[in-house]
Design a protein around this ligand. Structure first.
Ligand code: ADP
Ligand code: GLC
Length: 480
């Protein structure tokens, strides 16, 4: 089975969030099950030179879209058993960072067209093209329109995965019309039109053969108005083709026993984990104290992650014997808030604004608890990494957080974390206090940590679910 992943990020090449973890790990897991999964993404200027140097150029060609003619280089390398292709166009992709440019929609429309053309030169015929988030959502649309009768794509089925429904790639109708070179008929509500504008995301939601999202709970939530980001009626209409498959993590890449970033390797031992906590406190200039609970946060600093609740309760929680370590980048107001708190509470709060993979790992290892009270969370990988590093998650019961964290029940001894239901600051604060209380009770804490250590957070089961989905799609194709 040949599967082509089209994605805007993938570990180890480029990462801003969980999509990169998924697009890095899932292909490996699928290939272990016998598939040939390959990954195509843009050649960003930020790809480390050593990694970029491992790619060889296959060829270059022109991509025509709208009235444009753009250069496109196609490169290829095999990394850790997976074939990666890079789409090269320096005007669009040789920039700082991955996103956040005024012409982001144009950049990714180009990327979609480039993928459609590049397949001719890959020596690989995809049975399935698996697209991820709005940046690649126009591929299923193109497959049904301009490329419907193209032999390079004959019999290819499309899968579209929603990693985050909030980011949709919305732009004006004239702009998308100009980029795609299509007529007015494309901008109806049963195509790419979206409340008077145009939506890239709808290319995936309307035209993909199957839609998936990254947890069972989020698959249900997005069919409701509260979580549906104005696409809930379309998702209800396509409910028969929509499934939730929970993400896993790459258990080799996130293994505290072999993680080179850590001070002391460990797997199940809380005593060895404590060495990492003392080392983190020393590294960041916090008072070294094994008994003071240390709460970690590693996150994009955006509203989605529940920072309104964290901010509303921060001062009150600092009255307790507790330390906070925050690593993240994003909205200025959250960055400012945490910098301010670190300034006023140097013995209790440390903040690192930016993206740092190695520090993130030391925070997962050095923290006792991990706070993630998200407003919504399609899946969440941070809480899975935290669990793997025995940092007990404190989460809101939404999306994948609900599906992966079970609240501790002191009567049955079950549960691997702490959770609350409503998006409410006091509920969050009480839940943190509850976690702090159990932390002081060594017997309970050992139990919670032992529960966390026993579960399997790797890709195994979910990769099988994807294979079944692909198999079902291909079987349907043959009947027609
Ligand atoms: P999202 O994709 O919404 O950002 P996830 O929990 O799915 O959330 O994935 C986030 C991933 O990005 C995790 O691997 C997390 O450790 C990592 N991450 C987030 N912020 C940072 C940061 N500032 N530095 C290093 N890693 C980060
Ligand atoms: C998105 C979501 C996150 C999910 C990740 C990978 O970034 O916000 O919840 O884990 O994609 O699927």
């Amino acid at each position: 089975m040949n599967i082509l992943f089209a994605t805007s990020e993938a570990v180890p090449i480029a990462k801003t969030g969980g999509l990169a973890d998924v697009a890095g790990a899932l292909p490996k897991a699928l290939n272990k099950l016998g598939a040939d999964t390959r990954v195509v993404l843009p050649k960003y200027g930020t790809i480390p030179a050593a990694l970029a140097g491992r790619f060889e150029q296959i060829l270059h060609f022109d991509v025509y879209f709208g009235w444009r003619k753009e250069y496109c280089g196609l490169l290829r390398a095999e990394l850790e058993g997976v074939t990666y292709y890079l789409i090269d166009n320096e005007r669009y992709f040789k920039r700082h960072g991955l996103y956040g440019y005024e012409d982001d929609t144009e950049r990714f429309v180009f990327f979609c067209f480039a993928v459609m053309e590049a397949v001719r030169y890959m020596d690989f015929h995809p049975d399935i093209v698996h697209c991820h988030d709005w940046q690649t959502a126009l591929i299923p649309f193109m497959l049904r329109t301009r490329y419907a009768l193209d032999p390079a794509w004959a019999y290819t089925k499309s899968v579209f995965t929603i990693h985050n429904l909030k980011y949709q790639g919305v732009l004006g109708i004239p702009e998308l019309q100009d980029l795609l070179g299509v007529g007015d008929e494309t901008f109806n509500f049963d195509s790419l039109e979206f409340y008077g504008a145009a939506s890239c995301m709808k290319g995936g939601l309307v035209y993909a053969d199957k839609i998936t999202t990254v947890s069972g709970t989020y698959a249900e939530e997005i069919k409701t108005e509260y979580y549906g980001e104005r696409l809930d009626s379309l998702l209800r209409y396509r409910a028969g083709d929509l499934v939730g498959i929970v993400n896993g993590i790459d258990a080799e890449a996130f293994d505290p026993l072999s993680d080179a970033a850590l001070h002391t390797p460990y797997r199940d031992s809380l005593a060895l984990k404590r060495e990492n906590k003392l080392a983190l406190q020393r590294e960041l200039g916090l008072p070294q104290s094994a008994k003071t609970p240390l709460i970690g946060i590693v996150s994009r600093l955006v509203e989605q992650k529940g920072f309104e609740l964290i901010m509303a309760t921060f001062e009150e929680l600092l009255q307790e014997d507790v330390q906070f370590v925050v690593l993240g980048a994003g909205d200025h107001r959250y960055e400012h808030f945490f910098n301010d708190k670190a300034y006023w509470h140097p013995d209790k709060v440390k903040v690192w604004i930016g993206y740092d993979d190695s520090l993130a790992r030391r925070i997962y290892a050095g923290s006792d608890m991990f706070a993630m009270p998200s407003q919504f969370e399609p899946c969440g990988l941070s809480q899975l990494i935290a669990l793997r590093y025995l940092s007990v998650p404190i989460v809101r019961e939404t999306g994948g957080l609900k599906d992966t964290v079970q609240a501790y029940n002191e009567y049955t001894g079950e549960g691997n974390g702490f959770s609350f239901a409503n998006y409410n600051a006091h509920d969050y604060m009480h839940t943190v206090r509850r976690a702090l209380a159990f932390y002081r009770d060594e017997k309970s804490w050992n139990r919670i940590v032992s529960n966390a250590s026993k579960e399997d957070y790797s890709w195994g089961r979910s990769a099988k679910a994807y294979i079944s989905l692909y198999t079902e799609l291909l079987a349907n194709g043959k009947e027609q």
